[in-house]
Write a protein that binds this ligand. Structure first.
Ligand SMILES: NC(=O)c1ccc[n+]([C@@H]2O[C@H](COP(=O)([O-])OP(=O)(O)OC[C@H]3O[C@@H](n4cnc5c(N)ncnc54)[C@H](O)[C@@H]3O)[C@@H](O)[C@H]2O)c1
Length: 342
């Protein structure tokens, strides 16, 4: 509707309406796992229309107004104020709701141009997207998709098969993945030898990992697979430097994943030139440290204990399919979660 309207006028003013209690209620009734903020909605619109100078974005708070259709008078007062404050003299209001036209004329003195009342051009509603975002994926604007993308982190010690599994899953779900930035960093900054790592590298590694993740999420098809998480970076920092890094800790706390899969360290250890934790004891200690850190940080995870590569792959697929099931309840009660409290 916005693009049709923008093609007909010199200047189009898009009004982002928000109402804290209504929006929270809509979120609670949805299958979404997080609620978009007003700022999220602002940036989706600003990003989407940033190359169209004749489209201006405004916002209007509907807080305290009786819900539609009982609050027309108060809503019209706020809408008129917004137009006046921004020196906008509207010649037309665009809507796809014919029943609202008379009220716009009565209360704002502006005629309505109804676009696609039958919703035949874009047959979708916001409610449908809130209920089943993955089912209606193709209708979600490019700038909004990353908000819905589910991030799946695959964790495990050295040689646990993470990177291969991440590639297999990204291929199977036809989507993106983020490599383990730490490995690239060791090549690009340390000449390929982890021995030159020091405490001051771990914040840079986390930040680099965050950028890889952002990129994967931006271009993902519903789900992005991430090779290792910040807990793993912290575990390496503790193992090599004997202390936690506060920056990595902040990343753990502020950048959560939607699903964390921990691979048991029971596949053969392969020396790829970068690895130092090859003995049975070291591998076991590292695995215990990962679990301990997840416990401390209240991170639920699913442990895949099979040492068989195909079983690991099939079990991961099942978990991801469950995650992408649009039903909120099913995502929350995941009976396979090896809860950290065990
Ligand atoms: N409290 C009240 O009594 C009252 C009265 C009037 C307006 N309002 C507020 O004004 C805002 C706008 O109301 P609305 O009902 O027009 O909003 P809406 O958010 O349902 O829709 C926004 C616009 O997009 C159009 N649209 C949605 N899906 C479309 C599709 N697939 N194809 C083409 N067009 C599509 C709608 O017709 C509407 O013009 C809301 O926030 C509402 O709360 C409130």
């Amino acid at each position: 509707m916005i693009q049709r309207a923008a093609s007909q006028v010199d200047e189009l003013h898009v009004i982002l309406c928000h109402d804290a209690s209504r929006d929270f209620d809509l979120f609670q009734k949805s299958s979404m796992t997080k609620q978009p903020t007003v700022e999220d909605r602002w940036r989706w619109l600003l990003q989407t229309f940033k190359y169209q100078d004749n489209i201006k974005i405004h916002d209007l708070s509907e807080d305290g107004i009786p819900p539609y259709p009982d609050g027309w008078d108060e809503w019209a007062i706020r809408a008129k104020k917004l137009l006046a404050d921004n020196h906008i003299q509207a010649n037309a209001i665009y809507s796809s709701e014919p029943k609202d036209a008379i009220r716009y004329q009565e209360l704002l003195g502006v005629d309505t141009i109804v676009i696609d009342a039958e919703r035949s051009f874009m047959n979708i509603s916001a409610t449908q997207i809130r209920q089943e975002p993955f089912h209606y994926w193709d209708y979600i604007p490019t700038e909004v998709k990353p908000f819905f993308v589910r991030k799946v982190a695959i964790l495990g010690g050295e040689s646990s098969g993470k990177s291969t599994l991440v590639n297999k899953l990204a291929n199977t779900f036809n989507t993106t993945s983020a490599w383990e930035y730490g490995r690239d960093y060791v090549f690009s900054h340390l000449g390929g030898n982890e021995k030159a790592l020091q405490f001051s590298d771990y914040d840079k590694i986390s930040l680099g990992q965050a950028q890889y993740i952002d990129f994967a999420v931006k271009y993902a098809n519903k789900v992005a697979f991430i090779d290792t998480d910040y807990v793993t970076t912290q575990a390496f920092c503790m193992t090599y430097e004997g202390q936690k890094h506060p920056f990595v800790q902040a990343m753990i706390e502020t950048q959560p994943f939607d699903l964390v899969i921990l691979l048991e360290n029971n596949t053969p250890w392969v020396n790829d030139g970068l690895r130092h934790l090859g003995t049975k004891e070291k591998r076991k200690d590292f695995q215990e440290l990962l679990k301990q850190l997840m416990y401390e940080n209240n991170i639920p995870y699913v442990a895949i204990t099979s040492g068989n590569y195909e079983e690991r792959y099939l079990e991961s697929i099942r978990l991801v399919e469950q995650l992408l099931n649009d039903k909120k309840e099913q995502n929350n009660e995941n009976s396979n979660y090896e809860n950290w409290s065990k």
